[in-house]
Design a protein around this ligand. Structure first.
Ligand code: CA
Length: 253
């Protein structure tokens, strides 16, 4: 499986800082998008710290010398091991951000969303906390792979709110968990088999706020992977996004 990965991030028309962070490590198959929050540029610190910590932690654990999390490796499903590593790495990020916030009062309360894709052979492993999302575009269909950790999503799940109404609510971005601010996190994780032609899309809410899933799917139709980040960011801004917009795509060939 040959992978191609590209990303684009834009500060948007309103904000002074871009608090989104992203990472592409094609060699190891690690891809990250994080959307930070907190005043005085603390959001930038949190999202960068989360991205770096997850990347470093996963890379260190890939070293055969470091076997803390892979005891009895031979008897375990490698996918289970990887998902456990993802949960561990995201918690390491959360601990590090929280410590930093305690040491520097001006960053107190900072946190970040985090969505991580690890591609290992024919499998894709995903983990996320918050409302940055992962999608899979396959055979002309866009499938959302993550469920937002937001108060409104909980209400939707409980049948008390429709997705259409939820989009209009001012508090739609209140998260039920975030990396750093909430301390220990419980990321959702999944594993999927990859097919040739699949495109994974990771993005911040600056992308998904102004555009609904079926609109994003239509924009992706017939577009080369190489052109997708530019196209999707441009369309999100055109559709009225006032937030930072980040799009990362990974295509399997
Ligand atoms: Ca955002």
């Amino acid at each position: 499986m040959k992978l191609v990965a590209l990303a684009r991030t834009d500060v948007g028309p309103v904000r002074e800082h871009n608090e989104d962070s992203l990472l592409i490590d094609l060699d190891q198959g690690i891809f990250v998008v994080a959307d930070g929050m907190g005043g005085h540029a603390a959001g930038e610190v949190a999202s960068q710290m989360a991205t770096e910590t997850v990347h470093r932690t996963l890379t260190e654990m890939a070293d055969p010398e470091e076997t803390r999390l892979v005891r009895d490796h031979e008897t375990e499903d490698p996918a289970d091991v990887l998902r456990e590593r993802l949960r561990y790495a995201m918690n390491q990020a959360s601990i590090r951000i929280r410590r930093e916030a305690e040491a520097r009062p001006e960053t107190r309360g900072m946190g970040t969303t985090l969505v991580v894709l690890v591609i290992d052979g024919e499998q894709a492993h995903l983990a996320h906390v918050g409302d940055s999302r992962a999608y899979l575009y396959r055979n002309g269909r866009l499938i959302r792979l993550t469920r937002d950790h937001t108060v409104v999503q909980q209400e939707i799940d409980a049948g008390r709110l429709t997705p259409e109404l939820a989009r209009l609510l001012p508090h739609k971005h209140i998260l039920t968990q975030s990396v750093g601010f909430h301390g220990p996190v419980e990321p959702d994780t999944t594993t999927r088999w990859i097919e040739r032609g699949d495109i994974f899309l990771l993005c911040s809410d600056g992308m998904t706020d102004p555009l609904e899933d079926d609109q994003i799917g239509r924009l992706m139709e017939g577009t080369r992977v190489e052109d997708l980040p530019e196209k999707l960011v441009t369309e999100a801004l055109r559709a009225g996004s006032e937030d930072n917009v980040t799009v990362l795509v990974v295509g399997a060939r």
